[in-house]
Write a protein that binds this ligand. Structure first.
Ligand code: NAP
Length: 253
């Protein structure tokens, strides 16, 4: 059982969906959790939920694509709890747009949040972890990370960002290993969060996805959060630069 007592963690994009599940699971394992999202109001609800279960948490508004907000988030955690042990880079968007119609602004928005946002948070967190001599970073990618033979139409920018996360994480894992900072990736398949609401409304699209998933169902946020907890904890102390796929068998099929 992963034990995160005396650890402090940040989860981005944590007001709902998988981020909320990561925050709840880390707090249940004993971590003090900074619940960060672009809108802080709903983060407060997650904080209350954690506190109700006996845990400790705090909410902050942080747009991960803005360096000044990211720096403030890291500063706030360290000021309040004295250190930062865990970063879960989770905030992301997925906007379905045909490639030939995709505007530069749409491309930039996705890359700025899904890829540059991960860089900004990871770099600021790693500088703090370097000072402390340890840390764990978990970057959430996706099955849309570019595995050969598995393509996702209308998500060019999203696929570019998720593939980028894998390459970025491997480079970071090598560079940060001397400081005892581990960097791993979790790549979820179709998980039941508000992000897939547009797909759920399209019965044919949903049936198409389920036909590709050997377990024949979408995943629950908690099923991904358990993998995140493992990679964030010392239970995975010999893992860095790894990609853990949580997809009901999608990529294997
Ligand atoms: P979600 O329910 O849409 O949650 C994502 C959260 O991130 C939302 O609260 C969103 O706020 C927030 N966010 C968006 N832009 C942000 C920014 N600039 N700064 C900070 N927070 C921001 O999605 P989810 O399904 O839980 O996704 C979590 C992660 O898993 C994402 O990286 C996603 O790409 C990945 N993923 C999801 C699936 C899936 O099937 N659900 C599959 C593979 C990978 P707003 O609502 O205001 O935008």
């Amino acid at each position: 059982m992963a034990d995160l007592k005396n650890k402090t963690a940040i989860v981005t994009g944590a007001r709902r969906g998988m981020g909320r599940a990561h925050a709840l699971v880390l707090a249940k394992a004993g971590a003090r959790v900074m619940v960060a999202d672009i809108s802080s109001e709903e983060c407060e609800k997650v904080v209350k939920e954690i506190e109700k279960n006996g845990g400790e948490a705090m909410a902050i508004k942080c747009d991960v694509s803005k360096k000044e907000e990211v720096d403030k988030m890291i500063e706030t955690v360290v000021k309040k709890w004295g250190k930062l042990d865990i970063l879960i880079n989770n905030a992301g968007i997925a906007q379905f747009v045909p490639f030939l119609q995709m505007t530069e602004a749409e491309w930039d928005k996705t890359i700025n949040i899904n890829l540059k946002g991960y860089f900004l948070c990871a770099q600021a967190a790693a500088k703090e972890m370097q000072r402390q001599g340890s840390g764990a970073i978990v970057n959430i990618a996706s099955v849309a990370m570019g595995q050969v033979g598995v393509g996702f139409p209308n998500l060019t920018h999203y696929c570019a960002s998720k593939g980028g996360i894998v390459g970025m994480s491997e480079a970071m894992a090598i560079e940060l290993a001397p400081y005892n900072i581990r960097v791993n990736v979790v790549s979820p398949g179709a998980i039941d969060t508000p992000m897939i609401d547009p797909v759920k409304q399209d019965k044919a699209a949903m049936a198409g996805i389920l036909a590709r998933v050997p377990l024949r169902r979408v995943g629950k946020p908690e099923e991904v959060a358990n993998a995140v907890l493992f990679l964030a904890s010392d239970e995975s102390s010999y893992m860095t630069g790894s990609v853990v796929v949580v997809d009901g068998g999608w990529l294997a099929a």
